[in-house]
Design a protein. Structure first.
Length: 281
């Protein structure tokens, strides 16, 4: 018995050791990014061997990051784009997933299979089609032009449909016997039960919007509609980022902090949503 306990402790110790090493490997780039962002430009350039700490940290790089480009405006644009896109997408995908999961209509399975086949279309073709459409509608350099192509997702509809189907049919039948409408059943029963998955989808969509680069780069050339991804690129292109790496890292930290805080606040719901999405019944 004692030998088994010692063997179990040794196994756990080895596992925790490798997990700690892996955590350090994963977190080190973030530490290096933050460390570089608080280094003085002169001291950073004078380092022949990179130092893992700085005796005189400074926040001037963050000030320079906001003054070299209109980073505050880009953050506001990104916030508007992210909130509007995520909100509209949830309005679209939740009823769609409910329809495929619970409503009975002719050709439902075939239509859903056809819908899933859209995931096989290369992203480049979708971008080209969306670009032509937005240009023809004169929506370049507008929030609508940024938002509309991203208000639905086949994958998120599929993920939410699987969660809706995992809810017992008896609940739906009982609700229909009581005279509950489909909309009320969706709002009062299915959405609360599937909350972990819905929260996970929202967070994943927020991250996707916040990190969006290709589409905003194509559809906007007016700086009043630039997102933070465009702002980072502008810092690099105007010479500040290439010449002053600490300022570039400061801008990257500012852009990364909201997503890190979001993940830390909702990490338990994300894990619950992922685990629920991987099981059924």
């Amino acid at each position: 018995m004692q030998m088994e306990q010692k063997s179990s402790r040794l196994t756990k110790g080895v596992i925790y050791f490798f997990l700690a090493v892996w955590a350090l490997i994963v977190l080190f780039p973030f530490y290096w990014m933050i460390l570089t962002s608080v280094k003085d430009f002169a001291s950073y350039n004078s380092e022949t061997i990179p130092r893992f700490f700085t005796p005189n940290p400074t926040l001037q790089n963050y000030v320079d990051a906001f003054t070299s480009v209109n980073l505050g405006r880009y953050l506001l644009n990104t916030l508007i784009f992210t909130v509007a896109t995520t909100g509209l997408m949830m309005v679209v995908i939740v009823p769609a997933a409910f329809a495929f999961a619970r409503l009975e209509f002719r050709g439902r399975n075939f239509m859903f299979a056809l819908f899933l086949s859209l995931m096989m279309i290369p992203t480049e073709l979708v971008i080209i089609t969306n670009y032509v459409t937005i240009v023809n509608w004169n929506m370049r350099n507008t929030y609508l032009g940024l938002i509309l192509p991203s208000v639905t997702s086949v994958f998120y509809i599929y993920l939410l449909k699987e969660n809706f189907e995992a809810i017992p049919d008896e609940l739906y039948n009982a609700a229909k016997v009581d005279g509950t409408s489909d909309l009320k059943y969706l709002l009062k029963v299915m959405i609360p039960i599937s909350q972990p998955t819905i929260v996970t989808i929202v967070i994943l969509k927020v991250i996707e919007c916040w990190n969006s680069y290709v589409w905003p780069r194509l559809i906007t050339y007016d700086k009043n509609y630039f997102l933070v991804s465009n702002g980072i690129q502008e810092i690099r292109e105007n010479g500040v980022g290439r010449e002053n790496t600490p300022v570039m890292m400061a801008a990257v930290v500012v852009v990364s902090i909201p997503l890190i805080v979001l993940f830390l606040c909702f990490r338990q719901k994300i894990m619950a949503g992922v685990s629920r999405g991987g099981t059924k019944g």
